[in-house]
Design a protein around this ligand. Structure first.
Ligand code: PLP
Length: 401
């Protein structure tokens, strides 16, 4: 590493809060699946900013849309209307089959928005007694970092010493529909889950789980909220991960790749009247739905579909999974995933995933360890077959005993 790079790291260490433990690579440029560090070394990005750059780094068409819109109009606030918001509503509603859209900025804000909306819906439509609304969530969930959200996290790191927390959340094991059914009461307004738990280590629930959750929600008059902030927008080889089980959530949360990594854009999509309970003055955001965000998101969705990225994720994901499965390293406990949302879980004897991520970095691949023993592999959806093969080769070399 050059003096240049170590200087950047030293300043970060000195002046930045240490709320992340990044790999020591200082990036300065990106294009498609590639990123370059300040010394000009190239890496294949196998994290994609936690799936925010599904469309690849600095996608030229999104870049053009952003620059063009930035020249015209960036922010009006929702006190006035702008000429991008209606287009964004129409296009995202048509693509996802939703009836109502509420634009926000970060993923966590979309989650908070959904929680507020379903509570209000519970009191005003379902008839839950005041202050009694319950939302069922899954153990090991990850929905963001706000106070409201970490309050229903089960991760001691995420919640430790941040309390007191808001009541009204009930935790059940992920992937267990019977436990979920037992937890439903007349005061249950919603179930909030990820279709695949990404941060927990790419945990795929048993087949049929989402369908069972859908049935239970319908039968008990409970809103089904799917957090597709990470699984959505092509990552798993479908536009939305719910499609793998042929279900439709009542409320779907999108973020991350909704902007192709250019700008924070999130959205709450609803196919019921849940969002209809929100009236002027009851919820909002200065930046939510701004014209720059809308223009960027419109193009981010357009290229995802027009350039076949969703189909490519399915194809390259299958290729990559098969490649990883055939590595035959005795350090590997399991390869799992769907589409290009993949993970290699190592045996504890391998000594933790981070050392292999460091080794991969030396070989020109950036990947992220999670939960000690798991390496997440989630490259941009524009990856080509020869890049998949190269990545699998490098991963194989790095985890050979
Ligand atoms: C990243 C993520 C969030 C939070 O998004 P932010 O933009 O970081 O607030 C919420 N849910 C899931 C499933 C995520 O992966």
């Amino acid at each position: 590493m050059s003096v240049h790079a170590t200087d950047f790291i030293a300043v970060e260490q000195l002046l930045g809060a240490h709320n992340y433990a990044p790999l020591d690579v200082v990036l300065s440029r990106g294009e498609g699946v590639w990123v370059w560090d300040v010394d000009g070394k190239r890496y294949l990005d196998c994290l994609s900013a936690y799936s925010a750059v599904n469309q690849g780094h600095c996608h030229p068409r999104i870049l053009e849309a952003m620059i063009a819109q930035a020249r015209r109009l960036t922010l009006t606030s929702r006190a006035f209307r702008n000429d991008q918001l209606a287009h964004f509503y129409e296009e995202i509603a048509a693509l996802t089959g939703s009836h109502k859209v509420l634009p926000m900025n970060t993923g966590a804000e979309a989650v908070e928005t959904a929680v507020k909306a379903v509570r209000k819906w519970g009191y005003e439509v379902k008839g839950v007694p005041a202050g009694q609304a319950e939302i069922i969530v899954a153990a090991e969930n990850f929905h963001g970092r706000t106070l409201g959200i970490v309050g229903f996290s089960t991760d001691p790191e995420a919640r430790g010493n941040f309390g007191p927390f808001a009541p009204g959340f009930v935790t059940v094991p992920f992937g267990d529909p019977e436990a979920l059914e037992r937890s439903i009461t007349p005061n249950t307004v919603a179930v909030l889950i990820e279709p695949i738990q990404g941060e927990a280590g790419v945990i795929i629930p048993p087949a049929g789980y989402l369908r069972r959750v859908r049935e239970l929600c319908t039968r008990h008059g409970v809103t089904m909220i799917l957090d597709e902030i990470q699984t959505g927008l092509g990552r798993t080889g479908k536009l939305l991960a719910e499609e793998h089980e042929g279900v439709e959530a009542d409320v779907t949360l999108l973020g991350k790749a909704l902007s192709g990594g250019f700008y924070p854009v999130s959205a709450v999509l609803s196919n019921t009247e849940v969002l209809g309970v929100l009236k002027p003055g009851q919820h909002g955001s200065t930046f939510g739905g701004n014209p720059l965000a809308c223009a960027v998101a419109r193009m981010a969705l357009k290229v995802l579909v027009e350039e076949g990225m969703i189909e490519n994720a399915a194809r390259q994901g299958a290729l990559m999974k098969a490649g990883l499965e055939s590595l035959g390293s005795n350090l590997v406990r399991e390869v799992r995933g769907r589409g290009l949302m993949l993970a290699v879980e190592l045996h504890p004897e391998a000594g933790g995933a981070r050392r292999y991520c460091l080794a991969l970095k030396e070989r020109g691949i950036l990947a992220k360890d999670t939960h000690g023993h798991t390496i997440r592999i989630s490259p941009p959806l524009v990856i080509a077959p020869e890049q998949v093969e190269w990545a699998v080769e490098q991963i194989g070399e790095s985890i050979r005993r």
